[in-house]
Design a protein around this ligand. Structure first.
Ligand SMILES: Nc1ncnc2c1ncn2[C@@H]1O[C@H](COP(=O)(O)OP(=O)(O)OP(=O)(O)O)[C@@H](O)[C@H]1O
Ligand SMILES: [Mg+2]
Length: 371
């Protein structure tokens, strides 16, 4: 073995040893599942907005008349958890059947119906055919939770499943979850008028609520913890993110795995991980616009629009109008990737775009998607 090779082996071994020692710190963890995003606490922090959901479910259970709901709230504000938890308790206390589909994984009406008709052969079936089979399978009062409905494919822009179910004579109630309000505006007129979803807005958690969520995880999953540290993580999350509980939970996880690391470093790492998820979730159009904003020499929206148009054409896609482009920019702002400001230039106002995510991450993800 050459000297250099030996050196490399030694480095690897030394590194492995060092990391193992660090991981030994994780012995302070009693139950790792508390760090899993899908973990359902036995008693989640109750938020006020749960009450109208419970009331609507009970009304439906008693009368069979649905109130369709659209639950809107920023990332990590507990939409999915709330519905998953209610699903567990409601089935114990009422006659309702509650089914859950995440539109991230089943992103067209066809795929959603197919998923709900598990074990049935759906090959060659039409959408109407699937709907008819759905009617035969779901005969009880049924609540259909459609999570992350904003991630449904643009191919199914009218979200036909909503139209079918809201017109049905059968007792079906729909609960849609989304982290942007845009999704409601996108529904076509016919669906909107038959569905008439009642919008419910989940407010962002405050630092105290995030602290409670962290404390609950610590009590369940850790042998020791420092309440001051949990307070600090909660304060950073409330101040520097849209109060995304995931950032807080992940920061705690990184800290537990590496107690020598500063809280700020763990927080930045957690935030970066989640930023990558947000960018990965963008539609192609939004990602192109973000790419244009990230790589344009100027920060004027007009210049970024030109750059987006060229890129879109390169991708054989017809660019959207400036108005639509700007609506998408405000979406990017709502998910925390850019900031929009209006500044005075030569007696008129011009819109500027400030990137609030890492340029290199936006570029890398675009490269992976479009090359
Ligand atoms: N009230 C709560 N009590 C305990 N844990 C919570 C609460 N709210 C959120 N969490 C935890 O925070 C994380 C994020 O919550 P959740 O997945 O419900 O967010 P979301 O609103 O669905 O976000 P997204 O829009 O990204 O889907 C989860 O791990 C969840 O368990
Ligand atoms: Mg969710």
């Amino acid at each position: 073995m050459s000297g250099a090779e030996l050196m490399r082996t030694m480095d690897i071994e030394a590194y492995l040893q060092q990391q193992r020692n660090q991981l030994d710190q994780s012995r302070q963890v009693r139950d790792f599942t508390v760090f899993d995003y899908n973990y359902i606490p036995s008693r989640p922090l109750m938020r006020q907005e749960c009450k109208p959901i419970i009331d609507a479910l009970l009304r439906f259970s008693v009368s069979g008349i649905p109130t369709h709901l659209a639950i809107i709230g920023s990332r990590g504000c507990g939409k999915t958890l709330t519905m998953q938890y209610l699903r567990q308790v409601i089935s114990r206390q009422t006659d309702l059947e509650m089914v859950y589909v995440n539109c991230r994984h089943y992103n067209t009406s066809f795929k959603i119906f197919s998923q709900l008709l598990t074990h049935e052969n759906v090959a060659g079936a039409s959408l109407v055919g699937l709907y008819e089979r759905f009617l035969l399978k779901f005969t009880k009062k049924t609540v259909l939770v459609l999570d992350e409905i904003n991630l449904m494919s643009p191919k199914d822009k009218d979200k036909e499943i909503l139209y079918f179910l809201s017109r049905s004579e059968k007792p079906y109630m729909i609960v849609m979850l989304s982290n942007t309000p845009h999704v409601l505006k996108q529904l076509d007129a016919a669906t909107r008028s038959s569905l008439q979803p009642f919008p419910l807005y989940f407010r962002n958690y405050d630092a105290q609520q995030i602290y409670q969520i962290l404390l609950d995880r610590a009590q369940k999953g850790l042998c020791i913890w420092d309440e001051g540290q949990l307070q600090q993580i909660a304060a950073m999350t409330a101040k520097q993110t849209n109060s995304d509980a995931r950032v807080a939970i992940k920061t705690l996880f990184y800290r537990v795995m590496d107690p020598a690391a500063s809280l700020e470093k763990c927080f930045e790492e957690a935030r970066r991980d989640l930023m990558i998820d947000v960018i990965n979730d963008l539609t192609d159009v939004n990602l192109m616009i973000l790419w244009a904003a990230a790589t344009c020499k100027s920060d004027f929206a007009k210049d970024i629009y030109q750059r987006y148009c060229r890129f879109s054409q390169d991708q054989q896609a017809r660019p959207f109008s400036y108005v639509y482009f700007y609506a998408n920019l405000s979406y990017l702002q709502s998910v925390g990737l850019v900031g929009l400001v209006s500044t005075k230039v030569d007696r008129t106002y011009a819109n500027r775009v400030i990137l609030t995510c890492e340029r290199s991450v936006a570029e890398q993800i675009s490269k992976l998607r479009f090359e």
